[in-house]
Write a protein that binds this ligand. Sequence first.
Ligand SMILES: O=C(O)CCC(=O)C(=O)O
Ligand SMILES: [Fe+2]
Length: 359
Amino acid sequence: MTVPVVDLSTFRHGTFRDKRSVAADFDRACRDIGFLVVSGHSVPQSVQTTLYETGKAFFDQPLSHKLKARRPQPEQNRGYIPYGEERLVRMHGGDSPPDFKEVFAMGPYAFPDEPYYTQAAAYPNFAPNIWPICTPSLRVAMETYYRAMETLTHTLSRVAALALELPEDWFDLKLDRHTSHLRLLHYPSPEEELESGQLRCGEHTDLGALTILRNEAVPGGLEVRDRDGDWVAAPALSNTFVVNIGDLMMRWTNDRWTSTPHRVAVPSADLRHASRRLSIAYFVRPNFDAPIACIPSCSSADNPPRYETTTLQDYAVSRFAAGAGLSSNCLTSLSLAKPELSISDLERQGGLHAKVVRN
Ligand SMILES: O=C(O)CCC(=O)C(=O)O
Ligand SMILES: [Fe+2]
């Protein structure tokens, strides 16, 4: 099975009939494989390439500079996350050596100064973003891209609503105070074979509603597990985004749409030296307190709701706990232990810099 391409310009500029036809293609892709590629999306190419280039410039900085913008707490998806701290396969109870990557992440910004955002129950969704001193232009590049992703989400949420026989604006109230994350994922060219069981990113599903990924066509890319259990390479076409269904959308749609397992593969030995990859992933996450309950058009007498109602907050806490190897009861206050490795440990090991080809 392949990952299909859907042209959003037909949705944005077409008649109602055109919109329905795009929504039907979206529905089919989400049912069949849970992944699609979108073209005609209106995100300026300059916004994409500026962040891509600035992101690379940040990751090229010495580890000691990057660590100055280090994620302050493990549960906060903010700032620099060095090699050694993520193993996404743990989210599903598996284990592996660390994902062979480093990350820079941000969350919502410039939200109103209101108690909704500062209340204890909202933590860590509106934790402050962290910005590097070494690459000051990263902040503008990420914030600009984040806004462009909000606009794309606006279109995609309308396509999704129409596909689910809902009013086009059905998702608006679930997303008007969204908690989405933007992450730069840097996978350098490994110098030698990775450890046994080590991947660039271990097999997992995404926990939010949708993920919008700027993919890069290099060896060792994104792979998707189709219904037959075969790993299929996600297309990396110029000026497109890969979109996939996350767990919360799967729950909303009562499994009509699938949150499909995926991973980032290891480049083969002969291509290793030229496999540096920077993907840009925007995780669409609803309001932290929006109830995620079965959408009425997704259940019937012989297909009753399969999941309890949840929220992003409750679901994220339980997934985070699994990833950190804890029971979710241990996490009621969400204040966790210190990061696994101290700055001096990391500097001694040299982070990823010690293990990669410079290119
Ligand atoms: O870098 C990629 O292509 C995908 C990464 C991914 O799936 C994730 O971080 O959730
Ligand atoms: Fe993912």
